[in-house]
Design a protein around this ligand. Structure first.
Ligand code: G3I
Length: 364
């Protein structure tokens, strides 16, 4: 039995109020007296209206994270991506590790394939990400401070230069705020370049591409909380010092059972916009594994709707990017276990969440 079939069977068990183990051991329901109906599958990805049309009706971009092998090998993946989205972020292939595995040797093949797909489908591209403490090759961590500065300069200049004219915006620095201290996270970059490395990286990116929008991207600062205060303080300081920063990415990796208030999300977006910054929801997915089975899909739909509606209350909240679009490919499942966090199911059929996204983009 495939994993997804086992999960559907387990879901059937849960609908019956039985644990998968007590309902045939997860190997699918035994002869249950009256199996509750599984959620009826939605319409296929090519039977529902393009989300990009809904987004365009409000002057927004709707994006997704993508990976090149899916585009090359999975027709439904490529078809749905090209139909529904007008903004693309490389989920992994524009990061330091896959591009410059060894010093000075650059491999843009995966990233170029994603950019080529985007441009063939009238999609804009967001570069993700130039400087991040994850997905950075081990050789970077072993450099002296002066060699590290040279390596960062070379990496940023080479990568931004390579994609100049093809990238609308860059996530220049990702996740620089520490979750506990709410100060600057201690990373190879802060330790090697000093506390002003964030400003240094934005200046490097601007020199390499005078036109791309330069964005600071982070998680956990979606509503009004101590981390969003810290992100606000960081980007306000950069703006006040004339550092070339154009926007903020709020990742929005959400847990439907533990949500910030939509009003707080809207207020946070507004205060960032009041600094003159563009705002984008950069990595939206909505985890539902801890919700009651009977309400998972309706609650997920509501969360997608309310978060995107909060973005649309602010004209400078210009783009919403999903961190993947099909439950067949989500980092959540590989990281936290079966969850189904995205608007299309494993067979690329539209879930209720798809309609929540569409309604919000249409302003409904
Ligand atoms: O493609 C290689 C493969 O060639 C190799 O054999 C294999 C063995 O390690 O690794 C494969 O790369 C993996 C890559 O995803 C592509 O699947 C990496 O190991 C794995 O670490 C990487 O995970 C990504 C992660 O960022 C780290 O870069 C996830 O897909 C991606 O969803 C996740 O996204 C991040 C954002 O960039 C920043 N915000 C948080 C978000 C979730 O962690």
């Amino acid at each position: 039995m495939t994993a997804s079939a086992a999960r559907r069977a387990a879901a059937a068990c849960l609908l019956l109020g039985l644990s998968p183990a007590g309902c045939g051991g997860g190997g699918g329901p035994t002869s249950a007296p009256s199996a509750a109906p599984l959620p009826t599958p939605g319409p296929a990805w090519n039977e529902v209206a393009p989300l990009r049309d809904a987004a365009a009706s409000g002057g927004r971009l709707i994006g997704t994270a993508l990976f090149s092998s899916g585009l090359a090998n999975e027709p439904a993946y490529a078809g749905a991506a090209g139909r529904h989205f007008n903004y693309v972020t490389a989920e992994y292939e524009m990061k330091w590790d896959p591009i410059e595995k060894t010093p000075g040797v650059f491999d843009f093949s995966g990233a170029d394939a994603i950019v080529a797909f985007a441009e063939a489908h009238g999609m804009q591209v967001k570069g993700h990400t130039l400087v991040w403490h994850n997905a950075t090759p081990a050789w970077v961590s072993s450099l002296s401070p002066s060699d590290l500065r040279s390596a960062v300069q070379n990496h940023v200049r080479t990568v931004v230069g390579h994609f100049r004219g093809h990238v609308r915006a860059w996530d220049v620095v990702n996740e620089a705020i520490d979750d506990t201290s709410l100060g600057l996270r201690s990373t190879v970059f802060s330790r090697g370049l000093g506390d002003d490395y964030v400003a240094e990286c934005f200046r490097l990116a601007r020199q390499a591409d005078p036109d791309a929008l330069l964005v600071y991207n982070d998680y956990g600062g979606e509503g009004l909380n101590r981390k969003s205060d810290a992100i606000y303080a960081l980007v306000k300081d950069l703006r006040d010092r004339g550092v070339p920063i154009d926007g903020v990415g709020l990742q929005m990796h959400l847990q439907a059972w533990n949500m910030p208030a939509a009003a707080d999300i809207a207020a946070n977006i507004r205060r960032l916009a009041a600094l003159g910054l563009r705002v984008n929801i950069s990595e939206l997915d909505v985890q539902i594994r801890q919700l009651p089975v009977a309400t998972k899909l309706t609650q997920q739909r509501q969360v997608y709707h309310d978060v995107i509606a909060a973005c649309l209350t602010e004209p400078r909240c210009e783009a919403v990017t999903l961190w993947g679009f099909t439950d067949a490919h989500s980092w959540i499942d590989t990281t936290f276990g079966p969850d189904d966090p995205l608007p299309f199911d494993e067979q690329y059929r539209a879930k209720p969440a798809y309609f929540g996204v569409q309604d919000a983009l249409f302003g409904r």
